[in-house]
Design a protein. Structure first.
Length: 445
């Protein structure tokens, strides 16, 4: 059987069109549950099998180890040819080490994890909140904002930070330098510094990649985008894959702006293809998810249900979170044998209350922080992105929100994790996700 027939037989017309795109820039806007992984891996495997791409100069970039593992596993089932499948951070770090050995005079610094960074911040600024400081520093570095520019950036993005933040950040950087260490967010900054200052480094990097695919491109930061521009400067084929409606990491410096304005950033010709058919969720769930996004002025992809099953969506309101948690535990007790069930919440604080209720009823559960032991899975909405369950019980407690549009997208992501049944439990408030819940579903949604 020809590679094209073997690799594309299960794809729909829009997926096939994307998989056959070879040269230039492909911007793949892939809605939730639209089969983007199958499309992307089929595209890469077909190009390799037909000899269009050199495996040693082909790369697929994901944002998490789990996503990279999934891409690698799918590709190994489609082709024997091996390419580089890596996370953004892993690829940048390996490249930084290589360039450092060639162009830097000092020894390569040690890499600190977040726990080490928090300890250093507590030591340098004991009167300030170390987690809050670290979160702000991460956002600034990802956004290519310096300590001197941070004040203006805070005003623009409506951030509020305690006085003395700039000085605390500068002390943190001095202590890191004395230790000969860097943090994860320094990886991209140092790599950019080398690439901007060395023509030979740029030449080496530009020869490394001919074909590059980047998944979850709506989550890219300014620093990652700048590095990717260097990586793809000599590439003939670039594919960026993402969904504007699933942009939920702006607090970490991610921006969908780069996905929306991909045209002109990479090699021509430019082509955008939308994947809107949802192969994950039942019709009623898709209608509900679309209705969450409907009032927005943003140009989100409207999902089309591809499954015949109707499914179910229920909605219940509670006066307090304690009553809500009890109801969530009751629903979890009624799970069908062989069906996967998850309880999703906006915060870890809410998850702790849910754990107590489940334990009191002897309902087996596990959470996203440990090896999954069966039973009900508890997870924050952010940690659940990219995953799916037969039934999702979504609990919405009171949360302070800074970006209402992002909160709308968070609710959309939560809803589209469900395949057959979605139960929404909420406490009404003007300061939480419940204000984006539709009161009813009109027939045209």
């Amino acid at each position: 059987m020809k590679p094209e027939s073997r690799l594309l037989s299960s794809l729909d017309p829009f997926q096939k069109e994307a998989a056959l795109q070879r040269e230039g820039t492909l911007c793949l806007i892939a809605g939730a549950g639209s089969g983007k992984t199958s499309t992307v891996t089929s595209r890469i495997a077909l190009a390799l099998e037909e000899g269009a791409w050199n495996p040693s100069k082909t790369a697929a970039i994901a944002f998490s180890n789990q996503a990279a593992l999934s891409l690698r596993s799918r590709l190994s089932c489609m082709t024997e040819k091996k390419i580089r499948v890596s996370t953004f951070h892993s690829l940048a770090f390996s490249q930084l080490r290589r360039l450092w050995s060639l162009f830097a005079l000092s020894p390569f610094p040690s890499l600190m994890g977040d726990r080490d960074s928090l300890l250093l911040l507590k030591r340098s600024s004991p009167s300030l909140s170390a987690p809050r400081l670290l979160s702000a520093i991460k956002w600034a570095k990802s956004s290519l904002v310096s300590p001197d520019e941070f004040g203006k950036a805070c005003a623009y993005f409506s951030f509020s930070l305690p006085s003395g933040f700039k000085e605390a950040w500068e002390r943190y950087e001095r202590l890191k330098s004395e230790k000969g260490a860097i943090d994860f967010d320094d990886i991209f900054l140092l790599l950019l510094r080398i690439l901007k200052s060395s023509r030979e480094a740029r030449r080496m990097v530009s020869r490394s990649f001919e074909s590059v695919t980047v998944d979850e491109y709506q989550d890219v930061s300014a620093a990652q985008h700048a590095v990717l521009k260097f990586w793809t400067s000599g590439a003939e084929s670039v594919c960026v894959v993402g969904d504007l409606a699933q942009t939920i990491y702006s607090f970490a410096g991610s921006s969908s702006w780069f996905l929306e304005h991909a045209k002109g950033d990479f090699p021509p010709p430019y082509r955008q293809i939308n994947l809107a058919s949802n192969y994950r969720s039942a019709r009623q769930i898709i209608r509900w998810a679309n209705s969450v996004l409907a009032p927005s002025s943003k140009k989100y992809v409207r999902l089309r249900p591809a499954l015949k099953s109707k499914g179910s969506v229920s909605k219940e309101s509670f006066s307090d979170f304690s009553s809500l948690a009890k109801r969530a535990a009751e629903l979890a007790q009624t799970m069908e044998e062989g069906k996967s069930v998850a309880i999703l919440a906006r915060s870890r604080r809410d998850l702790e209350a849910l754990k107590k209720e489940l334990s009191s009823r002897f309902v087996p559960f596990s959470d996203s922080d440990r090896p999954r032991e069966g039973g009900v899975l508890l997870s924050t909405i952010h940690a659940a992105k990219g995953l799916e369950w037969d039934r999702v019980i979504l609990v919405i407690g009171t949360e302070k929100v800074e970006s209402s549009e992002e909160e709308r997208r968070i609710l959309f992501v939560a809803c589209t994790r469900a395949k057959e049944r979605l139960d929404i439990l909420f406490t009404p408030s003007g300061q939480n996700l419940s204000r984006f819940l539709p009161f009813s579903l009109s027939k045209d949604l």
